[in-house]
Design a protein. Structure first.
Length: 379
């Protein structure tokens, strides 16, 4: 994590670092505010962490739209995404009711906020587009953040955590500053696009290697590349949708059209060229790397295609490794690549669930000795 280059006091964080912080804030019952440009992946990462926690705790993940009819709420981890910019204060406070017996007014319990009996015992409440909400809406939700309640009739279930998200005020996508009394109740991070951060997260959630190797070969400039008034543009969220397109068809005409609808025409054309390159036979096969590491093809020229081929090869190898018995020959092949591709390989293996097992071999140990400055840790 580094100092925010935008000159604010909010620390920046990469996509692969954010899940750990989301878990920490939940564990310590603190509210988290995630700032970031549109499409950078704020909501997707939060949802993915929610899905992982649900699985780890033996619960069923549910995206909350309405009540969980027919679902055992005691076995549920809910995910509720509220777009605060579209909500009125009464949506959060609930309607007003006259209590004639007590000669007072009360607010009914709001239906849109988490309720154990209707939405599950645990979950995440995502307050999206926070900065763009009406002032009265923010005032109402601030009481929930401060005290865990709104009015005298609603309390946030103890198993639920609050996460807010918004575009930075100076980004051009939001013109409002959040009030100080709300800011002070959150811990803040700004999610920024980094190549390795996105690739590590994408590998974890199973994004196609075509996407990750393309991003690595093109760099951060094509990871989030918005131009004013663009409808479709490269961004982490757009690439996640392009991943769905890649997995849905082998028809290149259809694929290009679907990808362009998310990432735009220019990026879609580059992705198609990348796919064509990978399919052209320029890459070694997994069998070549595993069985003939000293003779399997390596892109060692200085053409513009070299980076694309080698990054695609790295992605293919990491995906293909079955167990630690493959590592000796794999490392022999990887050492024939330039240092930056070796580093990319080690980072990707580090992101696998079985990384500790795969790193437990003499070939990896020797590489770490030979590369003492490599940012590789074995957890």
């Amino acid at each position: 994590m580094t100092i925010n280059p935008n000159g604010t006091d909010v620390p920046v964080i990469a996509a692969d670092e954010l899940p750990e912080e989301i878990r920490w804030f939940r564990e310590h019952k603190k509210s988290l505010f995630i700032w970031g440009l549109p499409g950078i992946g704020k909501s997707q990462i939060i949802e993915q962490v929610a899905r992982e926690i649900a699985q780890e705790e033996g619960l069923t993940f549910h995206m909350i739209g309405n009540d969980l009819d027919g679902v055992k709420v005691e076995d549920t981890f809910g995910f509720m995404d509220l777009r605060l910019s579209t909500m009125d204060s009464l949506d959060l406070k609930g309607g007003c009711l006259i209590d004639e017996a007590q000669d007072i007014t009360r607010f009914l319990k709001p239906s849109m906020l988490p309720d154990v009996k209707r939405h599950g015992v645990k979950g995440f409440l995502l307050l999206d587009e926070f900065a763009d909400a009406f002032g009265m809406t923010i005032a109402g939700i601030t009481q929930l953040i401060w005290d865990g309640k709104i009015g005298d009739n609603y309390r946030l279930p103890p198993g639920w955590s609050i996460i807010a998200a918004s575009n930075p005020p100076k980004s051009g996508f939001s013109s409002k500053e959040t009030p100080g009394q709300a800011n002070g109740r959150f811990g803040h991070f700004e999610l920024v696009p980094t190549t390795e951060g996105f690739v590590a997260y994408a590998n974890k959630v199973g994004v196609h290697p075509v996407i990750t190797s393309y991003i690595r070969s093109r760099g951060v400039d094509m990871l989030h590349n918005y131009t004013k008034n663009a409808k479709a543009y490269p961004a982490p969220r757009s690439y996640m949708n392009a991943d769905l397109a890649i997995k849905s068809t082998t028809d290149h005409k259809v694929l290009r059209r679907r990808m362009a609808s998310f990432v735009g025409e220019i990026c879609a054309n580059e992705l198609m060229a990348h796919i064509t390159l990978i399919s052209s036979g320029a890459l070694p096969t997994w069998a070549d790397v595993r069985d003939n590491p000293s003779t399997a093809p390596v892109a060692d020229d200085f053409s513009s295609q070299k980076a694309a081929i080698n990054f695609a090869t790295v992605s293919m190898i990491v995906k293909s490794i079955t167990d630690v018995s493959d590592m000796a020959n794999v490392m022999a092949y990887v050492r024939r690549l330039d240092a930056n591709f070796q580093q990319a390989f080690m980072i990707d293996v580090q992101g696998r669930k079985d990384a500790k097992v795969l790193f437990n071999c003499s070939a990896v140990s020797q590489w770490l000795v030979d590369n003492p400055h490599a940012a590789i840790t074995i957890k």
